[in-house]
Ligand binder design. Structure first.
Ligand SMILES: Nc1nc2c(ncn2[C@@H]2O[C@H](COP(=O)(O)OP(=O)(O)OP(=O)(O)O)[C@@H](O)[C@H]2O)c(=O)[nH]1
Ligand SMILES: [Mg+2]
Length: 441
């Protein structure tokens, strides 16, 4: 989501890396480049101005930070300042009624489902309901999403008054002792008094613990004026930026806290329920600087691979006992981790390759289907798979014999290379990394 910015900022500071002292001229040049990069990324101009001013104060006249070279010193200073403008504190949602507001089509309803899912995963009791009475389809949309997530949707069928719905929902949520009631509201194309009056009344009735503004990141700085108006009338407590997976340049993410004073809590990075990331300013700053976001990556991996299973798998690899069954598990982990290009973007140094690699989910699924069509014995001992068995497996998995052959060949290659990773004998040398790790895609 910050590719362009990352490339430019990296470029600017890399030039400083070699020198022993930070000269004013050098720093000024780097700051000019950073300034341009921020403006190009659609960051609000006053935010850029103040940001560069603070960077200048921090860098010029000050020495290199101990243990760091000039380039690293500047990166560290830029990092600290970035964390500041991104909001500093990790995101949190206070328990209670969370009201979601925003203009039409920004992603409120989808985001509610995502947040419900996120809270549910943390073991919270969550319910949702919609006060969007204008479009019956809008209520149905949230109801369906709630079913998908597996949380309650409060249905007050026939109730035509959004304020009444909100009131009843809060009463019921209190009775049932839920942790969070997420309330959807109607969106409009523009701010109008009727919409604001309705939202203000809902706010009065439900006494929300949070009022979250959902903004479409693709709108860029334009969204700031609307946000400001909503904040003045309602007193927002947080912002969620959606569609950060699109062509958004990230400017809004860098401008919201400084201009409005309200923190970003989450970002939406896709249309699926899982496509929501808590907005951790420090991790975002790392990502912007191209340092990668290892923490998010580790968390993703932990969620996808239960720890003991991961350990077991690693042990097998070390012992050289990597079976087709294990390959299947690995393929399934990959599906759970999500698209590989998104993962690569979080790995330091690999972000630039992410756009070049498109992992084909379908292909992974096909490989899993092939392994599924094998008998347990065939999975343990693929050597027995002759042509007639291959034909049976191909039929069972809806693939061809050549697909089966391909998978078996890949497996054999993997096994061969994994053997090189076996624990070296005491005193022995660690094996060298193979040039290309044969991931199964
Ligand atoms: N790519 C992408 N699409 C998103 C994201 N969030 C929402 N969308 C899509 O945006 C469209 C609108 O989403 P909704 O959740 O219906 O938006 P809304 O704000 O509830 O719309 P109204 O109720 O009409 O005001 C849908 O097609 C969503 O799938 C996101 O993070 N990334
Ligand atoms: Mg909606």
């Amino acid at each position: 989501m910050f590719e362009l910015l990352t490339g430019r900022i990296k470029n600017a500071v890399e030039k400083l890396a070699g020198s022993k002292r930070l000269s004013e001229k050098q720093v000024n040049k780097a700051l000019r480049e950073i300034r341009l990069a921020l403006l190009e990324a659609d960051v609000e101009p006053t935010v850029v101005k103040n940001f560069i001013k603070r960077l200048r104060e921090e860098t010029i006249g000050k020495g290199v930070i101990k243990g760091l070279n000039p380039g690293e010193t500047v990166i560290k200073i830029v990092y600290d300042e970035l964390v500041k403008i991104l909001g500093e504190n990790p995101p949190e949602l206070k328990k209670g009624v969370v009201l979601f507001v925003g203009l039409q089509g920004t992603g409120k309803t989808t985001t509610i489902a995502k947040v419900a899912n996120w809270l549910k995963e943390q073991g919270k009791k969550v319910t949702v309901t919609s006060t969007d009475v204008r479009r019956p389809a809008a209520m149905l949309q949230l109801k369906r999403l709630a079913e998908q997530v597996g949380v309650d949707y409060y249905d007050f069928e026939g109730e035509k008054d959004p304020i009444e719905i909100a009131k009843k929902a809060v009463e019921r949520a209190k009775q049932e002792g839920v942790d969070y009631l997420l309330l959807d509201t109607a969106g409009r194309l523009h701010i109008d008094d009727e919409l604001m009056a309705e939202l203000q009344k809902i706010k009065e009735v439900v006494q929300p613990s949070e009022i979250i503004y959902v903004a479409d990141a693709m709108q860029g700085q334009e969204a700031l004026n609307v946000l400001k108006e909503f904040h003045e009338r309602l007193g927002l407590t947080g912002v969620i930026l959606t569609k950060m997976d699109g062509d958004a340049r990230g400017g809004l993410a860098l401008s919201v806290k400084e201009t409005i004073g309200v923190p970003i809590k989450f970002v939406g990075v896709g249309e699926k329920i899982e496509d929501l990331e808590p907005f951790y300013p420090d991790r975002m700053a790392q990502r912007i600087l191209g340092l990668g976001d290892l923490q998010t990556l580790i968390e993703k991996a932990q969620k996808a691979i239960p720890e003991d299973e991961a350990e077991e798998l690693a042990l097998k690899v070390l012992k050289g006992e990597f079976t087709l069954e294990d390959l299947k598990k690995q393929l399934e982990f990959m599906l759970k981790m999500g698209p590989l290009d998104k993962i690569l973007k979080m790995v330091p140094g690999l972000g630039v390759y992410a756009d070049k690699i498109k992992v084909d989910e379908k292909l992974i699924k096909r490989k899993i289907a092939i392994i599924n069509s094998m008998t347990p014995e065939e999975r343990r001992n693929p050597n027995i798979i002759n042509l007639s068995r291959k034909q049976r497996i191909a039929r069972g998995s809806g693939t061809s014999v050549s697909d089966v052959n391909k998978l078996l060949k890949e497996y054999k290659q993997m096994k061969k290379i994994l053997k090189q990773f076996r624990m070296p004998a005491k005193g022995g040398r660690m094996p060298r990394l193979p040039f290309k790790f044969p991931f199964p895609f």
